[in-house]
Design a protein around this ligand. Structure first.
Ligand code: ZN
Ligand code: FE
Length: 755
């Protein structure tokens, strides 16, 4: 037999996913000698054996790699024959500047569920059960390569039995870095809200009993704390709302399995796929009418966010008596998610009655991810646990850091021909969130060793991220317009490199003409864009204040929609009373208000006129409640006008506003007004796209911006554009809302820096 030797380098997500044991078993199967080890590029293999067997070995890796792995490259180089008589798993090499890809945190796998539910298994009822196919990863790693010593599992020394599993190639926990059991793993403990340790032998049983009594718990999850109460207890839910100061914003629920979800919600095949996926995100589903869920969970919505358990603790909370749990991020309104025991105590003691904690540290917090299904596509709305830090392939020689937007912040950076995007960080409106931003940037910097030469940030001078960028010295700074970044995020995700008609429908973003944009048609490439169409502008009465009080936007729209001032004033009065007349006069006389073309604000105005939402307690409330009214199909819509001015398309909304008000005064049912309003937007958007396409000979339309979270709008607009023979693209892997901005900023910055 002719013996050969090869050195094989495999890159991609190949660490922390059971790759080495897989290679070990494969080498045994093909009678190959040598070693496998992790290094900072990925996995390195030295193989000695027959040429035929080696090629079989490589083929198997290519065609059926371990389930959680994702191979990006395999390099095979012939090597000198060395004196190996067995195949071994060797120690990892020290890290260099090259990085390897890290697996996200993965929800509990089916095999581990069987372990914790089997009374004769050593991990029966064990709260920290995991294996090479599931469990904590990214959130417990402080440096690379991924070895137990570089994680927060370092504190826990494996017992003999765990060590045996770790060293047994045929075991599911072979080289599972987070391996542990009752004897050697983290400790589960109950505390009351005075930080007093309560000694119970079965903390889970205690928790279940107290939840059934209506108590509220703070429970440490895979990547952060949740506030939890019994989802079938209306009083407990209301108490949680009051203590959290969160009157309306929907809570997510958790149920045990897919069959339980179907009791409450409609679940199609794609939605089921999302629910049981290893990422275990919150999936937004349509509630069944008259389902047993309390209205307090998701008030004034016809949808609800549902997730399945992703940790053993969550799995075990569902016994025969608990069917539904409220499972909401544990944070104070507007403040970051809690993930450290100490801070959780201090900040949540007035909300939670009890704390279910453990002593395995979470090193970086990640919120639950949120997805929904539109047009049979799984669309990510919030990208965090389960998805981060998976990167996006992008060829570049430039080291870019994109600081991201002010709201729903994420940041991104380039490294080794990838764009890495951080988890959802949130709104950077207070110093706690800004601190969190700084901490997470530092964590990523340390972990991925990125050293940017270019920093991209929003065009808005008052953004925290602009301030952050300005304070970095000796670096090329690039300002990037918000809506251009939205469109670029959609383009790159869909692999588009030619000019598109970008439709950016959004809340807020500063435009080049010093107005607030958000209802824009941008002819876009990565390098530049031309603003070719927009909604007619109206005054934004009082900046952010107007966003929280949609009736103010309604008055502003009324002011600019009627030719006759007295009629406008009277209409404002009829709809909103005396306060509207006062505001009307201010809008008329005060000349320093900014103007806006934001379609988010147009939605606010419509919601207020329809009468469902005069005050918003959370972002997007007005438009989501307006969408929730739709329960039938109709083609009815309102009239509008498209003005062509200087090769620009301006959508005149005054007819829509006037007809909406007419309907309101005629007591037309709100659901009909909502559907007509939505259809009007779909109609004028499709018409403007058609006009631009005909004059510019561009046939690709990229839809982005937070308003496209509206599934009725996305679904029906896509359909209409396709009927006009246009190709439609929208965000799927990255949020269409501001969570996708940093991805777009990165790609634009790459092209601008090359100029
Ligand atoms: Zn597992
Ligand atoms: Fe935006």
């Amino acid at each position: 037999m002719y013996i050969k030797a090869y050195n094989i380098e495999i890159t991609g997500i190949v660490q922390a996913v059971g790759f080495r044991p897989y290679v070990y078993n494969l080498a045994k199967k093909y009678k190959l000698k040598g070693y496998v080890k992790n290094n900072s590029k990925g996995v390195n293999i030295y193989l000695k054996g027959s040429e035929y067997n080696i090629s079989q070995f490589v083929n198997t890796i290519k065609t059926s790699p371990p389930p959680l792995s994702a191979i990006t490259s395999i390099s095979i180089l012939s090597a000198p024959i060395k004196n190996y008589s067995t195949f071994t798993i060797d120690k990892s090499e020290k890290s260099s500047s090259e990085i390897t890809l890290i697996s996200p945190d993965i929800g509990l796998c089916d095999d581990c569920i069987k372990d914790i539910e089997n009374p004769s298994n050593i991990r029966f009822s064990y709260a920290f059960t995991n294996c090479t196919n599931c469990g904590p990863r990214f959130s417990i790693i402080h440096s690379l390569p991924y070895d137990r010593n570089n994680t927060s599992m370092k504190e826990f020394e494996m017992c003999d039995n765990c060590l045996k599993e770790y060293n047994t190639p045929t075991n599911r926990r072979f080289h599972s870095e987070a391996n542990n059991c009752k004897k050697c793993g983290p400790l589960l403990q109950i505390f009351d809200n005075q930080k007093k340790l309560l000694k119970y032998d079965y903390p889970i049983d205690f928790t279940i009993a107290q939840l059934l009594q209506g108590k509220i718990f703070a429970i440490k999850g895979l990547t952060g704390f949740h506030l939890v109460c019994n989802g079938e207890d209306a009083v407990a839910i209301q108490t949680l709302r009051e203590r959290k100061n969160r009157p309306y914003k929907p809570f997510a629920i958790m149920v045990k399995g897919l069959e339980d979800v179907k009791k409450y919600c409609f679940v199609n095949e794609r939605e089921a796929e999302a629910l049981i996926s290893k990422e275990k995100p919150i999936v937004i589903l349509k509630q069944k009418e008259n389902c047993a869920l309390h209205d307090e969970i998701s008030p004034k919505q016809n949808t609800i966010g549902v997730m399945l358990p992703s940790t053993p603790i969550q799995q075990m909370l569902f016994n025969s008596k608990i069917n539904v749990l409220i499972m909401t991020s544990a944070n104070l309104s507007g403040l970051p998610l809690e993930y450290e025991n100490h801070n959780a105590f201090n900040n949540l003691c007035h909300i939670a009655d009890f704390f279910l904690l453990h002593d395995r540290d979470i090193l970086i917090p990640l919120d639950d991810s949120i997805v929904h299904v539109v047009n049979d596509d799984i669309i990510v709305i919030r990208r965090a646990r389960g998805y981060v830090p998976l990167p996006f392939p992008f060829k570049t020689d430039i080291d870019i850091f994109s600081a991201g937007p002010q709201m729903k912040n994420t940041f991104s950076f380039t490294k080794n021909n990838y764009i890495f995007t951080s988890e959802y960080i949130g709104d950077l409106n207070n110093f706690q969130c800004q601190n969190k931003y700084n901490t997470i940037v530092s964590h990523f910097k340390k972990l991925f060793k990125f050293a940017p030469s270019v920093i991209a940030h929003d065009f808005h001078p008052a953004c925290y991220t602009t301030y952050y960028a300005e304070n970095i010295e000796n670096i090329l700074k690039l300002q990037i317009q918000h809506h251009h970044a939205h469109i670029a995020s959609c383009m790159i995700e869909n692999g588009i490199f030619e000019k598109v008609i970008g439709v950016a429908y959004d809340g807020t973003g500063l435009g080049y003409d010093n107005t607030i944009w958000g209802g824009e048609f941008l002819l876009s490439t990565y390098e530049s864009f031309e603003r070719i169409g927009y909604l007619n502008t109206v005054k934004l009465p009082g900046g952010d204040n107007a966003i929280k009080e949609p009736w103010k936007m309604a008055v502003s729209y009324i002011y600019s929609s009627y030719e006759n001032e007295e009629e406008a004033k009277e209409t404002s009065y009829m709809l909103f009373g005396e306060k509207a007349v006062l505001l009307f006069n201010v809008i008329k006389n005060y000349n320093k208000f900014m103007y806006t073309s934001s379609i988010g604000r147009f939605f606010d105005a419509a919601a207020a006129i329809v009468g469902i939402n005069e005050i918003s307690s959370y972002e997007g409330q007005a438009s989501s409640e307006l969408q929730a009214l739709i329960n039938c199909f109709s083609n009815a819509s309102y009239k509008y006008l498209i003005k062509i001015n200087d090769d620009k398309y301006i959508i005149e909304t005054n007819l829509i506003i006037k007809e909406l008000i007419k309907d309101k005064l005629k007591n037309v049912p709100p659901e009909i007004m909502s559907i007509k309003f939505h259809n009007s937007i779909i109609n004028f958007t499709a018409e403007v796209c058609g006009l631009i396409s005909a004059s510019k000979k561009i046939y690709k339309v990229a839809l982005s911006g937070g308003v496209f979270q509206n599934s009725y709008l996305l679904e029906n607009l896509s359909k209409k554009l396709k009927e006009q023979n246009l190709k439609v693209y929208y965000n799927k892997l990255y949020p269409c809302n501001d969570g996708g901005i940093s991805l777009g900023q990165t790609v634009i910055a790459n092209y601008l820096a090359l100029k």
